[in-house]
Design a protein around this ligand. Sequence first.
Ligand code: GAL
Length: 375
Amino acid sequence: MKNPKFKYLILFVLFFTTVSLSAQSTAPNYTAFYPGKIWKDSEGNHINAHGGGIMFKDGTYYWYGEHKGKSSLARVGITVYSSEDLYNWKNEGVALSVAKDPDSEITSGSVMERPKVVYNEKTDKYVMWFHLELKGQGYAAARTGVATSDSPTGPFTYIKSYRPNSKKWPQNFKEEWKETPKDGEPKEWWTPKWRKALNEGMFVRRDFEKGQMSRDMTIYIDTDGTAYHITSSEENQTLHISKLTDNYLDFTGEWIRMQPGGQNEAPAIFQKDGYYYMITSGLTGWAPNAARSFRAKSIMGPWEKLGNPARGKHADKTFFSQSTFILPVQGKEDSFIFMADRWKPENHIDGRYIWLPIEWENDKPIIRWKENWTL
Ligand code: GAL
């Protein structure tokens, strides 16, 4: 090669072709789900959207979840990814950012878990609810928080957080439970007396003025557009199902207790053929346990127990995962995906996603392990 300039040009072109080809090769092109494996986004990074939920809008799925580092404290906020096929996800960035202001309720170091986003037709807003724990207080605050945005990818603006249903009795609560018993409430936990008092509303009475505790939660939009907030309350012993206002930003005060003393967490809900179905976990923190399932004709109960929905090996540990959401696949009738987290508390960022199809056995929803599967 006579002209050295030409030689450099060729080397330059070769270098950039190699770099761009290798960058492309890190972008996966998935054609199936691989539960429990590293799941890369379109930039080649493991998806960071734990305890997530999915909203479908105008042909696109949006997956919102907890951004986690090594610890589970919120240092970034709630992330959002988008997809058209559910296999391949593009990182759309941070939907709701932690606040720089140290006095903000969502400041860095708070706990922001299980975000669920819904679209409100009437206000044309995207509404995000999530479990919030205040910085430095462990899990003591037990609040539910809400944020809104004009766009599915955010930025979401934080509005408020609180313990809901203050000064409102549940609809399925006996008149005589509204008064503290004459001999007081039992002090010692886990005794038969304590369990009876719990079932008969001891914690509801305790928190009546200041609002009910709210930890693991989800939001469900019914076919008529009504939104429901479902949360683990009463020291995680009882689920509370509450109707939200038309703009999805407040509680209406209409609510029920579900499975008092049942210790259900991680609620995920869907509807099929006139029944609501709910899958939950038991109460063992980050450690997996056996899932539970329920069915009801009305979302406001009564709810009937259907047992552990998992089948096969490791069904007693829900395949080492905990439910977070049940996704109706668009355009495929009666196709639902059970979404769960396989937590890695020693290094949270490595948490894995377990997505499995809902199958049916004697009219009960069940889940079986699959190494990989397609829609
Ligand atoms: C789990 C809950 C998670 C997280 C964790 C903290 O039971 O489902 O979302 O709150 O406890 O220990």
